[in-house]
Write a protein of this length. Structure first.
Length: 293
């Protein structure tokens, strides 16, 4: 079978984020083609956001979303999204979404929407890091490690992805060494996206779950791919500050100020290549050491 082209991969992603409306305020999310095992958390967040966005007028874009993961999603079953229209005001609107598999909740999302308004402005400066064109892609880095990848993980580890990531300081997933809990990665879709701001917000929400939880493992020289830790997202929040395109380079800088009690706390910021801070992220995740009880 021929390898998918970049356009094919992005078409698969946009299809994944194009929900089917079953009845008013009830949507069904497509399944990942060829998906096996646990559903990627960013997919559930992005689909839930798309369900919420479908019930709000375009003049009120999403500015924040807060999620709790309750159970892992399975690639064996579709996911339904039930939207609750909690509030519609002149300037703001609020939606709650419950993601369900087999009538069981797996995630809840609350999102807030705001009509555009003026006001004060300031932002944290963009870190000084090499640009994306000076760095190797994660696809190249993974391919260079092909011989180190266990057979059972090779297909997953080397598969083509719709989001290109170029890490500033690449790490060895299978022989990690302790490092400061800070990461910088450039990312964008591998092909252009349609001119739909809601879709670009959903793609950023999807990508915001990448590299984030692993930041809290860096000081401990650990990786879930080595089998020594069990990891899972517990909650996830995204604040959308300003317009952006997810098919243009964004710098995703993440840090982890704390870990303990089998949990790790992580923060993230998205910058455009010209230095605008367009989104912020926070997440707490499970990082359970497998040989401890």
């Amino acid at each position: 079978m021929a390898e998918p082209t970049p356009a094919d991969l992005v078409a698969q992603l946009t299809t994944l984020l194009d929900l089917e409306q079953l009845e008013p305020d009830l949507y069904r999310g497509p399944r990942q083609p060829g998906g096996v095992g646990r559903v990627f958390g960013g997919q559930v967040v992005a689909q839930a956001l798309q369900a919420a966005q479908s019930t709000v007028e375009p003049e009120k874009p999403a500015h924040s979303l807060h999620c709790y993961f309750m159970r892992p999603g399975s690639e064996d079953h579709p996911i339904l999204y039930r939207v609750h229209r909690d509030f519609d005001g002149r300037s703001f609107g609020t939606r709650r979404v419950v993601a369900l598999q087999n009538d069981t909740p797996i995630l809840t999302l609350t999102a807030s929407f705001q009509r555009e308004a003026g006001g004060f402005h300031h932002q944290a400066p963009m870190p000084e890091v090499p640009g994306p064109h000076e760095l190797r892609s994660e696809t190249e880095l993974r391919e260079a490690m092909r011989d180190q990848v266990p057979d059972k993980l090779r297909r997953f580890f080397l598969r083509a992805r719709p989001i290109e990531i170029r890490p500033v300081a690449p790490r060895n997933w299978f022989a990690p060494t302790p490092a400061e809990p800070i990461q910088h990665s450039w990312l964008r879709t591998v092909a252009p996206l349609p001119d739909d701001p809601a879709l670009h917000r959903a793609v950023l929400a999807y990508a915001s779950d990448m590299t984030l939880l692993g930041t809290s493992l860096l000081p401990h020289g650990a990786s879930w791919l080595t089998g020594e830790v069990q990891t899972a997202s517990l909650d996830h929040a995204v604040w959308l500050h300003a317009p952006f395109r997810a098919d243009e380079w964004l710098l995703y800088t993440t840090d982890s100020p704390w870990a303990g009690h089998a949990r790790g706390f992580n923060r993230g910021r998205f910058y455009t290549s010209d230095g605008r801070l367009v989104a912020s992220v926070a997440q707490e995740g499970l990082i359970r050491i497998n040989n401890l009880r």
